[in-house]
Design a protein around this ligand. Structure first.
Ligand code: HEC
Length: 134
């Protein structure tokens, strides 16, 4: 009996792990508040080097990375920031999503992750959601 609950707890812990790792971003504010344009300018070259192969130059998900399974929908980043607050975007860049979107924590500094998030907001064609989740 005790053993079963220990296994269950471990499983729950593992499942919640990726959300746990998102926390530092989800609970913080955009450190570039008021300087979003500068941050976006810094984020652009990082995006070109690391993200365009999947997300495309436009960010719409039309990259040409042949390792991505054809049935896999690559997120269209030009409309995502109207649905998701910037801190959720930053968290996703850090932690990754699903089995294709890589985790960039460790490749980028925290500042660079926020620069990328600000860049994504800057290419959004839809109004940006001002609300920050906490
Ligand atoms: C190997 C391909 C690949 C690369 C490289 C890649 N992405 Fe993604 N990305 C994806 C896929 C696929 C999804 C959709 C994941 C899903 O919804 O399951 C995604 C989703 C996202 C999302 C949306 C997450 C959400 O909350 O729905 C963001 C933001 C994002 N990527 C940013 C980036 C940034 C910034 C970079 C570069 C630093 C990058 N991606 C590099 C494939 C990639």
């Amino acid at each position: 009996m005790k053993k079963t609950s220990a296994i269950l707890l471990t499983a729950l812990f593992l499942i919640s792990c990726s959300h746990f790792r998102m926390l530092p971003y989800i609970t913080s504010e955009n450190p570039y508040k008021g300087q979003e344009a500068t941050a976006a300018t810094l984020g652009k070259p990082l995006f070109v080097e690391h993200c365009v192969r999947c997300h495309g130059v436009s960010g719409m998900g039309d990259g040409d990375d042949l390792t991505v399974p054809l049935d896999k929908q690559i997120a269209d980043l030009t409309d995502i920031s109207s649905e998701k607050p910037i801190n959720v975007l930053a968290a996703r860049i850090a932690v990754g999503k699903g089995d294709v979107m890589p985790a960039f924590r460790g490749i980028f500094t925290e500042d660079q992750i926020w620069q990328l998030a600000n860049y994504i907001v800057s290419i959004s064609v839809l109004p940006f959601s001002q609300e920050e989740s906490s």
